[in-house]
Design a protein around this ligand. Sequence first.
Ligand SMILES: Nc1ncnc2c1ncn2[C@@H]1O[C@H](COP(=O)(O)OP(=O)(O)OP(=O)(O)O)[C@@H](O)[C@H]1O
Ligand SMILES: [Mg+2]
Length: 377
Amino acid sequence: MTRIPPGGTIGILGGGQLGRLTAVAARQLGYRVRVLDLKSDCSASRVADAVIAAPFDDVDAACWLAARADVVTLEIETIGADAAHAVNQRAPLRPGPALLEMVQDRAVQRAWLRDHGFPQGPWEAAEGVEAIAAAARRLGGPCRVKAARGGYDGRGQTRLLRPEDARLAHAELGGAPAVVERELGLDAELSVMVARRPSGETAVFPVARNWHQNSILDVSHIPCALPDAVEAQARQIAQGIAEACALEGILAVELFWVRGALLVNELAPRPHNTFHATSLACETSQFEQLVRAACDLPLGSTALVRPVALANLLGDLWDDGPPPFERALAIPGVHLYLYDKEPRPQRKVGHLLATGATPEEAMDKVRRARATLARQD
Ligand SMILES: Nc1ncnc2c1ncn2[C@@H]1O[C@H](COP(=O)(O)OP(=O)(O)OP(=O)(O)O)[C@@H](O)[C@H]1O
Ligand SMILES: [Mg+2]
């Protein structure tokens, strides 16, 4: 029996904003929620029935969670392999340990994408100064050197303008094994989310278009408003990946659009920052879809309801106190999501969503709304 009907208990590894919003969706569907996170007062703690505070490689804590859940899912990929296996022996971990191991290492992930015929930009795995320099020489031009394990929001990666600077890049990454990628001239950044339940049903969301600032997602909108053929190809890639890895849960595929070609940047088998807009843009949010997929319930419709744009709120907006949210909320069609996180510079602590008749209108509105929050001296 793979189905966990409403009324059951869902365990979530990770209690950040993605875990919190998954917990809200789970509660709406009538589930109990237990969370494992580094901190007992994590973002999800306010909406979970119980939190166990432990590192993500703590096997005993993972077992505690799994013993008290009917199914376990996650909002962060950096779960220790032993902990993931231990969970999976007590309650189904969806997505499973094999997929987790694949995505945890950029080199393994890129090799998997290559072996399964999915398109990506030129890259090489490299360990040590000499290997990084040699890879950069072969790839040609400026490169991105990324730690194979553990990076996010641009942390754990650096630009390499010339192979001779490999020593610096190597030191910056703390000597960790790396992936060297050719730096591509991006015409657009896209992402596409797919859900797949254990019984095999899949559903793909409309494609999002994304813009970053300092390697952190800044704004995004759904739908992507690019030609239909691009949207269709992106969805096909996501569907293909979900089937090839026998996904159980949801998976975001980050894509680069470069001179008419779609290239996979990276995979994230969990809710994704660029799909917050689904809460208003689609019949079913990414969070509800994760609950349905993990519990092997019928997947929800991913049909577009209306265009929606997202703007992230970083801790920098907090000064002596919170910014004047009432100004943003006075704009019709603007909605605020706060994560109950301590505001720190460059830390995501909330987001705004704005609806619009077109993606461009939604985007204008969400930018205008966020601008009202900035300090006006
Ligand atoms: N090879 C590349 N060429 C051009 N730009 C790149 C390349 N790799 C990364 N970038 C830029 O840096 C951003 C972050 O890169 P990436 O997604 O690989 O790292 P990350 O730290 O895992 O980010 P996140 O956790 O936010 O997804 C990309 O969205 C893109 O804007
Ligand atoms: Mg990324």
